[in-house]
Design a protein around this ligand. Structure first.
Ligand code: CTP
Length: 392
């Protein structure tokens, strides 16, 4: 149907980029990018009008977006050349052919297109050996200046390598090393680095990517005094496991970025960590950092469970998950046990009412007091707890 609209307007349309790569890899991808040789905004507008879909346009970028009735998003872009006014800048755009549009892209694996015009429907267009690179699991740039033109591609190269388990092509690897060594990322806007890091922290293979970023010394260039030793690597791995555990057991979704930021920065003085968070717009992590730096030397083996509970009960989910990943195993286990018990809701308001107490703000005080005794094993079970309350 879209092909029909394009034909009427005498335009050519292609499926491009990540979605084509992911079709070949057999991976799920819900971002449908359609490249138009012609006016993308006009095509999207007509198509939306014909079908009653929601339509948005972005004139400055010559792009438009449509949402279908079943909430599928289609992104339309006019085939274009990008002109970077200075390395790392958001690019300026100009109309171009499909090939020119594909040539400006980051890696060959992202340059494949599938023709979706009616007469050529389904033909794969591969101008830069992208198919071969996908098959050989290689990340390769299209030209020498790629990382200079857009230093954010340094992050993207490692993100794709980690995500797909691909290797950098040998020449691309050399270019990337030079780009990092020469500190090209210095000229990239901090907001774009923030976006890239957030994407990384939300990747399934986040650990592989962070280790690659460390191996290629990208993290050293990003974070002052950064050192990733074996212990800290283990902490990062535990973060990944604990995030999953909390989703499964507690049905709680944490902000992964905050926890991984803690994992990367916790060994540095708080001022250095905060400086980084401020520079890259991670203010959302401040609270958890303050909580962790305050707590890290306070929670120890000699505390009673109830004392540990006092420390952790009000803190953010992110700090909790990080603490569990960072503290020695026996302490993490104790905290998990406390959280599991807390989830059980040992004594409820109903229990208190059943003892003849009138609902009042005092309830939560009584509940906390009893719960702490339960944590310290002074009260063994619910029966004993109710007995204790009755006596009091
Ligand atoms: N692109 C680029 N340089 C960048 C960012 C993007 O060349 N700094 C190109 C890539 O070729 C990419 C396309 O723009 O295929 C769309 O970008 P994006 O949606 O970020 O890439 P995807 O490949 O779809 O990545 P993901 O699977 O992470 O969504």
């Amino acid at each position: 149907q879209l092909g029909n609209t394009a034909k009427k307007l005498n335009m050519k349309i292609y499926l491009v980029g990540g979605i084509v790569r992911d079709i070949i890899l057999g991976r799920k991808n819900l971002d449908i990018d359609i490249l138009v040789e012609g006016d993308a905004i006009k095509l999207a507008y007509e198509f939306a009008k014909e079908n009653g879909f929601v339509f948005h346009k972005f004139e400055e970028f010559m792009t438009a977006q449509i949402k279908t009735k079943d909430n599928i998003k289609l992104d339309f872009a006019t085939a274009r050349k990008e002109i970077y006014e200075y390395p790392g800048a958001y690019p300026k755009v100009e109309k171009a052919t499909l090939r020119e549009d594909l040539f400006r892209r980051d890696f060959t694996i992202n340059t494949l297109a599938i023709d979706i015009t009616e007469e050529n429907f389904g033909i794969l267009l591969d101008y830069f050996y992208g198919y071969q690179d996908i098959r050989n699991k290689k990340i390769r740039v299209l030209h020498e200046l790629s990382f200079i033109e857009d230093p954010i591609r340094i992050f993207r190269a490692l993100r794709f390598a980690g995500r797909f388990g691909f290797k950098l092509g040998s020449h691309t690897e050399k270019l990337l090393k030079v780009a990092i060594q020469q500190n090209f990322i210095k000229v990239a806007p901090e907001g774009r680095i923030n976006l890239e890091l957030n994407l990384t922290f939300n990747e399934e293979n986040v650990i592989e990517i962070l280790f690659l970023m460390d191996e290629y010394k990208l993290l050293n260039h990003l974070i002052k005094y950064f050192v990733l030793n074996d212990f800290r690597k283990k902490v990062l791995e535990k973060i990944r496991d604990n995030i999953l555990y909390f989703e499964l057991i507690f049905n709680k979704k944490a902000d992964k970025s905050i926890i991984y930021l803690l994992g990367l920065l916790y060994h540095l003085p708080l001022e250095i960590a905060t400086e980084f968070l401020e520079k890259y717009y991670f203010e959302k992590a401040f609270k958890s950092f303050e909580e962790f730096y305050y707590l890290k030397d306070k929670i120890n083996e000699n505390l009673k469970n109830s004392e540990i509970y006092e420390y952790i009960k009000g803190i953010t989910l992110e700090t909790k998950i990080f603490l569990i990943s960072y503290l020695p195993e026996n302490l993490s286990k104790r905290i998990l046990d406390i959280l599991n018990k807390e989830k059980e809701k040992f004594i409820t308001g109903k229990d208190l009412i059943s003892l003849g107490l009138k609902p009042s703000p005092k309830f939560s005080k009584i509940q906390t007091e009893i719960f702490k005794k339960y944590l310290d094993n002074e009260i063994k079970d619910k029966k004993q707890a109710l007995e204790y309350i009755k006596q009091k």
